[in-house]
Write a protein that binds this ligand. Structure first.
Ligand code: NAD
Ligand code: MG
Length: 386
């Protein structure tokens, strides 16, 4: 039986995780959950899943949740960064699903590793920001980090039963996001609403913008580097418009293993929970005949400079990827608020990375201070003008 602590229960991955849990009440239970500010949905979730411990974004949220729950359901209620860590360490959990967004996921993920929990890793910013520290901690504690990002789940599935030395390269597929058919010139005037309309996946706002800038694929390259312990030279990206092939592994004999399916994150979420086995899942089966054709194109690094930058930061290593991530979090937030234009996301991120003087073998403190530095640098670029 998996007793799950779910970080980010009200988000896209969080609600899909709860759906998977509902499909297998005998196998999975939610013993702790954390969310930000959506107290209404959180209250519904608490009533349905009856966790022992719940964390909310802040103190007011905690009071509001208590009121919504009334007298019948009474979990312990905590809040803030400390609350997140308490959920991640919760005694009766043996599996922690990290589905919050941003590098705020680093500390609770490390807390969960410290407490010996198996990690289902959806929060990609954790490895982008703190890959060396998190992977070292997991190794030392003997904790498994199971990928939930669809590309990494695909690679993980393709690697089962194989030897790492036989891997020639990983091929991450990219849908191209909301503006895949737009030229760079057309990108100058795109709106937030247009950027939020992803052709294949329904996801949280931040990752949807990251998909449109291709920052998301850059993060996934870095995530793959840490998860599968491969050099960047062995991680490639290819455009694949339908999001049916979720990623591939090419072996030394040129055999290519791919994982396919209709785009539904519940497959990857459930695989992380059922690994090494599989379970039934109520979702659309793949109908290749109906699809008829799949389309591919070479990745265009000039069209998507943030992907190029991600490779450069990844190869530079150290604190560079933490800076890449933090600057991007600030820039995407500014874009979503309507404060900057779409292409200014790239500019803020690039200029922040260029201004960084990195630490090559960082401690957790180095990473946190690089993250903080990058946030203020990115904000300053916005304030004084690009
Ligand atoms: P989302 O915005 O839909 O949900 C984020 C969740 O985190 C919400 O429940 C929110 O309340 C919670 N949260 C945010 N900040 C918090 C804080 N400080 N304290 C407590 N809770 C907080 O995001 P999402 O699309 O579900 O993505 C979650 C993570 O999974 C991201 O790192 C994303 O890159 C990754 N991911 C998502 C998808 C997808 O299909 N949505 C696919 C692959 C990877
Ligand atoms: Mg992905």
């Amino acid at each position: 039986m998996k007793h799950i602590a779910l970080l980010g229960s009200t988000g896209s991955i969080g609600t899909s995780t709860l759906d998977v849990v509902s499909q297998h009440p005998e196998e999975f239970s939610v013993v702790a959950m954390a969310a930000g500010s959506n107290v209404d949905l959180l209250a519904e979730q608490v009533k349905k899943f009856r966790p022992e411990l719940v964390s909310v974004g802040n103190e007011q949220g905690a009071a509001a949740l208590k009121e919504r729950l009334g007298g019948f359901v009474r979990p312990e209620i905590v809040y803030g960064a400390e609350g997140l860590e308490l959920v991640a360490r919760h005694e009766s959990a043996n599996f922690v699903m990290t589905a919050i967004v941003g590098s705020v996921g680093v500390a609770p993920t490390l807390a969960a590793i410290e407490a010996g929990k198996t990690i289902g890793l959806a929060n990609k910013e954790t490895l982008v920001s703190a890959g060396p520290v998190v992977m070292r901690a997991a190794r030392e504690k003997g904790v498994a980090i199971i990928p939930v990002d669809s590309e990494h789940s695909a690679v993980f599935q393709c690697l089962q039963g194989e030897r790492k030395d036989d891997v020639a390269r990983i091929l991450l597929t990219a849908s191209g996001g909301s503006f895949r058919h737009a030229s760079r010139k057309e990108l100058q005037d795109v709106t937030v609403a247009q950027a939020l309309a992803h052709p294949n996946w329904s996801m949280g706002a931040k990752i949807t913008i990251d998909s449109a800038t291709m920052m998301n694929k850059g993060f996934e390259v870095i995530e793959a580097h840490w998860l599968f312990d491969l050099p960047y030279e062995q991680i490639d990206c290819i455009l694949h418009y339908e999001s049916i092939i979720h990623s591939m592994v090419e072996y030394r004999d040129k055999a290519v293993m791919a994982q396919l399916g209709t785009p539904d994150m519940r497959v990857a979420i459930q695989y992380a929970l059922s690994y090494p086995g599989r379970m039934d899942l109520a979702t659309e089966p793949l109908d290749l005949v109906k699809l008829g054709t799949l389309h591919f194109a070479a990745m265009d690094f000039e069209r998507y400079p943030l992907l190029q930058l991600a490779y450069e930061c990844g190869k530079a290593g150290g604190t560079y990827t933490a800076v890449l991530n933090a600057a991007n979090e600030v820039a995407v937030d500014l874009f979503l608020k309507g404060a900057i234009r779409f292409l200014e996301i790239e500019e803020i991120v690039r200029k922040t990375c260029e201004a960084h003087r990195g630490v090559r073998v960082p401690t957790l403190e180095d990473i946190f201070s690089a993250d903080e530095w990058a946030r203020s640098q990115a904000l300053e670029l916005y304030t004084v003008g690009l």
